[in-house]
Design a protein around this ligand. Sequence first.
Ligand SMILES: *Cc1c(COP(=O)(O)O)cnc(C)c1O
Length: 419
Amino acid sequence: MYQNNLAFAKAQDEQDQLKSYRERFYIPLDKQDNELIYMCGNSLGCQPKAVSHYIEQELNDWANLGVEGHFDAQNPWMPYHEQLAVPMAAVVGAKPSEVVIMNTLTTNLHLMMVSFYNPTPERHKIIIESDAFPSDKYAMESQIRQRGFNPDDSLILWQPREGEDLCRYEDLEAIVQEHGDSIALLLIGNTNYYSGQFYPIKKITELGHKNGSKVGFDLAHGVGNIMPELHENGPDFAVWCTYKYLNSGPGSLGGCFVHERHHTNKNIQRFTGWWGQNKDTRFNMRKGFDPIPTAEGWQLSNPPILSMAAVKASLDIFAEAGMKNIKAKSEKLTGYLEFLVNDLNNEDIAIITPNDPTQRGCQLSIQVKNADKALHTKLTEAGVISDWREPDVIRVAPAPLYNTFEDVFEMVERLKKIL
Ligand SMILES: *Cc1c(COP(=O)(O)O)cnc(C)c1O
């Protein structure tokens, strides 16, 4: 189906329904002003060209209207975040009432833990995948300590078997069986930032719920390249950032999903602020918190409009391109990368990421035996922006909205020369 030559790659690009979207992004340049092969959307996505116009609109409205911009701006700031709910929900497969853009990722993880991790001496454990992103693990450990428990007893790792790189679902089942009623929460990073493995959301959610545990996902490496179908699959919550595949700029806002079954539960624990308060009475500034009965009820503060404008610029592109189309292209593009890497026929190279497209996003983690960081430096010098993880893994993420089949072909050609 795939062919290892430039003409084939170019023909694929020609047929690509989404090919025009690359033009909507700034592709970073080398010192001679040539476009780099940018495969690092898993770390920071490229800037949509429209971002500056979206932000400029808000700067102008602020300059001209001052505080009246809350109501009179072209996109009034008071309900600004509400416009993001529909396109954001479409990307993660949720109802608009179930998603909100707010804070940053780790902050949202903490807020969700306040609501969905309520440990008791009988049920206090959290299951997390062993190679979780460090911030997630720090958040879990501090939450466990904050509630008077000890991470040594309460944090249980779902690990790959000896000599393997991927976590097996049946091992998670075994952990749930073994720890049973003592498990309060399953919190899984999906897609795994290191291996690129995508875990089955529906199966894990059902496994956790059957055990009486809550289930949450960190979709930082999945959102924008997988289809988590959050409403249908039914986890209690999910969190993500918008600066990786969602291209909203360094340190931009986070996203949060709370399943609608929790929206009107007044007994749920949460940290609160005025932006979660019923909009009819928010400005009465009176006592008695009455949460908005949607994911918005978890908001704390009035949001930073300039960052929200960047998120809006990006989500408008996702809405136009359609998540199904993006996902379909992503599978082809990553499949092509896999084909070319395997076609190197190099014994020292192995792809850690699962070869089943339903068990991965767009990233491939390529292990190069006996390599060190010098390999990554040479790749960078050759104009390929990728990501290195000690001891010997290159992470490459062809992003479906702006990477091309030619990018993928060129990247592997350059890797071959270096090897
Ligand atoms: C990128 C990433 C983070 C970073 O968290 P911030 O709060 O946005 O700095 C955390 N967790 C995971 C899984 C990530 O991929």
